[in-house]
Design a binder for this molecule. Structure first.
Ligand code: SF4
Ligand code: SF4
Length: 362
């Protein structure tokens, strides 16, 4: 529902302006049974604004999609903001004419329309709600839609194309999708993977400096890995991380005249902090050390969603202190420290508990 928020009403600015974001303008998300505007959900409004419910791969009425986006613009101009967008860090205030100049096209895509995986993470929504995913319906295919979007120039470079999932590397159309996007010279491709299955097409994307692979590790040793993932694959995953890291180019790659990709951060792993299970300094240091030894130069962290939701009204100082310790470890090993959206918002909203934190999105 759209409601009036005085703080988002830019119509009274000296130069009339309004709030929007790259996803309202140019975003499309493929979920299992629906299309959405964006995949962000770590803020108060919760994101995932619906574009079409009960979607299973049917041809898309593009005219309708772009009309919907214009409706957002018309309402946001009056300060009428969708509940799901409230407090989202991606909302940006720009002059009316700046937003209105934008053409109709899609450049931000998130592909997350399947749930099958070769891991069984204890925090995964599919593991926690098997009843919801136990009945088998055939996955729809995104490949013909992406092909159509490219042929009609609806999908354009300049944004980002990310994969969620499920495990992308076991998706039958995955290699074709990535190959197609690489052949069309897309950049800022990002793939989240369990790392259990090695993918040569991901290696190609890394080598070309146009694709980032984020392997979910969450652990610094095989025992903790098995406890969290419920599969015995730590050594396989670490070996695959090493192979992805070896494909990195050690230079900045010019993607456009104004945009560069740092080839050294194309292969990364992620550590989701699960309090009570992997939140020790030793575990984190072992994880970072193993990364650095295999050629990974990033330290990417997130916080387990269910724990966060249960504590978000009264977050203990200890979690902020632990994140600071990880930041210090990242400094010690000279890695690029990255926070996922939920953590970034948490630190930004609690400056008294994390005075060391400098927000990336103000
Ligand atoms: S939730 Fe945030 S990213 Fe998503 S459409 Fe709204 S403002 Fe944009
Ligand atoms: S790797 Fe991702 S999709 Fe697979 S079980 Fe873990 S959280 Fe779920």
């Amino acid at each position: 529902m759209f409601r009036y928020h005085a703080e988002y009403d830019g119509s009274k600015c000296d130069h009339p302006s309004y709030y929007s974001c790259p996803w309202i303008q140019h975003g499309l998300v493929f979920f299992r049974y629906k299309l959405a505007t964006c995949c962000y959900c770590g803020h108060v409004g919760g994101g995932h604004t619906l574009v079409k419910d009960d979607y299973r791969g049917e041809p898309i009425n593009w005219e309708h999609i772009f009309k919907q986006k214009k409706t957002f613009n018309r309402l946001y101009k009056k300060g009428l903001i969708h509940d799901n967008c409230v407090n989202c860090p991606f909302l940006e205030l720009l002059y009316n004419e700046t937003w209105d100049r934008e053409e109709n096209y899609i450049s931000n895509v998130y592909i997350s329309h399947w749930t099958e995986c070769n891991s069984k993470c204890i925090y995964c929504y599919a593991t926690q709600h098997p009843e919801e995913f136990s009945y088998k319906t055939k996955n729809y295919s995104v490949l013909p839609i992406i092909k159509e979007m490219l042929e009609k120039n609806i999908l354009r470079r300049g944004g980002n194309v990310h994969f969620g999932g499920g495990e992308p590397t076991i998706l039958p159309e995955f290699e074709d999708l990535i190959r197609l996007l690489l052949n069309y010279k897309f950049y800022d491709l990002r793939v989240h993977t369990s790392g259990i299955k090695y993918s040569p097409i991901l290696e190609r994307g890394i080598r070309e400096g146009r694709l980032r692979v984020i392997v979910s590790v969450d652990a610094g040793c095989p025992e903790t890995f098995k406890k969290i993932k419920q599969v015995d694959a730590y050594n396989i995953v670490r070996e695959n991380v090493r192979k992805y890291a070896a494909a990195q180019i050690h230079k900045r790659i010019a993607l456009t005249p104004h945009l560069y990709m740092d080839g050294e951060i194309c292969a990364g792993t992620k550590f989701i902090i699960i309090p009570g299970i992997n939140d020790t300094e030793e575990e984190v240091e072992n994880w970072i050390r193993a990364d650095v030894e295999s050629g990974v130069h990033t330290t990417i962290i997130d916080l387990e969603e269910n724990w966060f939701k249960a504590h978000e009204d009264n977050l203990p100082q200890s979690i902020f202190d632990f994140i600071y310790k990880i930041k210090l470890l990242s400094d010690k090993y000279h890695t690029h420290f990255e926070l996922y959206e939920r953590l970034e918002n948490m630190l930004k909203n609690n400056p008294d508990k994390a005075p060391w934190y400098v927000p990336y999105h103000k």
